[in-house]
Design a protein around this ligand. Structure first.
Ligand SMILES: *[C@@H]1O[C@H](CO)[C@@H](O)[C@H](O)[C@H]1NC(C)=O
Length: 287
């Protein structure tokens, strides 16, 4: 609610080439050092940026969660087709933008340093911010499963380094994100496909924003998997337009039958690709 500088604008399509010096996220030029965690919603529900985590969960009741309405297949992406889709409204986009590297590179991103980090950010041990930081650090420190690469990035520079370690040095690195929805746009409503285009096939890195006092993205990549990314232009029932990132996992044969995507779409592993729309705070990194 506080910072409205890009909040709730439509058609903010960020498809930029980091290598040419454009940046996906503008820098927060505060010199007063105020770094705020995304706030919990007053009603006690997890804040909206947790939506995807809930949607990717495996709980039996998850399919009733409106935030799970992000799954579809490529067949669903037909001009003129209408379907309900959930897009969280982001109240403070600055929380999701990288700080300049020189501001964060000296701050340790490690559980070992949690006590001093909490002191640095003035969060008490039992605050929800402390819990969120603890969980984020745990995610960042997870061991990558075989055949996967993962890690947390806290700046554009570290994002490009991570991407180059996978795509190869000197590769052009592009970032795609969904546009923001307006505060007056229902988070779940019917959208009609206006237009779509495929952006990339093959190697891609998915990066998810994790709650932290500054922008931290957990990025992961799987060797040997085929993915497709589409940019889909949608118009909502209320007339709002947005461009959404639509990521398809082409081979689902090794996925668990209980995956929420299968249950929502009534499909079985390997029967079809599973795709999902990305919320605006997450990003897909492509060569
Ligand atoms: C979408 O449209 C269908 C058919 O008109 C309707 O039944 C459904 O309630 C709508 N969904 C939402 C989320 O508005």
């Amino acid at each position: 609610m506080r910072n409205e500088f890009v909040s709730c604008s439509f058609l903010l399509l960020l498809f930029v080439s980091l290598a040419t010096g454009n940046v996906a996220a503008s820098h927060m030029d505060d010199d007063d050092g105020v770094l705020l965690l995304p706030r919990q919603k007053e009603d006690g529900h997890p804040s909206s940026h947790m939506g995807m985590h809930m949607a990717m969960g495996m709980d039996k009741d998850d399919i009733l969660n409106p935030a799970a309405k992000v799954f579809a297949t490529i067949k669903d992406i037909v001009v003129g087709k209408t379907m309900p889709i959930y897009f969280p409204c982001i109240e403070n986009p600055t929380t999701y933008q990288f700080l300049p590297d020189q501001k964060t590179h000296h701050i340790p991103l490690s559980s070992e340093h949690l006590p001093e980090l909490l002191r640095f950010f003035s969060f008490s041990l039992d605050s929800h911010q402390a819990l969120a930081m603890k969980q984020t650090l745990k995610i960042c420190e997870m061991e990558a499963p075989k055949g996967e690469a993962q890690g947390c990035v806290t700046s554009l520079e570290s994002l490009v380094d991570f991407a180059e370690s996978i795509f190869g040095p000197d590769s052009q690195v592009g970032v795609v994100r969904s546009s923001l929805i307006s505060k007056s746009t229902p988070v779940l409503q019917n959208y009609t496909v206006v237009e779509f285009k495929e952006i990339s096939t093959g190697k891609l890195i998915a990066c998810h924003n994790e709650p932290y006092p500054y922008a931290v993205y957990y990025c992961h990549f799987q060797w040997g998997t085929v993915n497709k990314v589409f940019m889909v232009s949608l118009v909502g029932e209320n007339g709002d337009e947005l461009n959404a990132v639509f990521l398809c996992h082409m081979d689902t044969s090794s996925w668990s039958t209980g995956h929420i995507g299968f249950r929502l779409l009534g499909l079985m592993p390997g029967e079809s690709e599973i795709c999902h729309f990305f919320p605006a705070y997450d990003m897909v990194v492509v060569p």
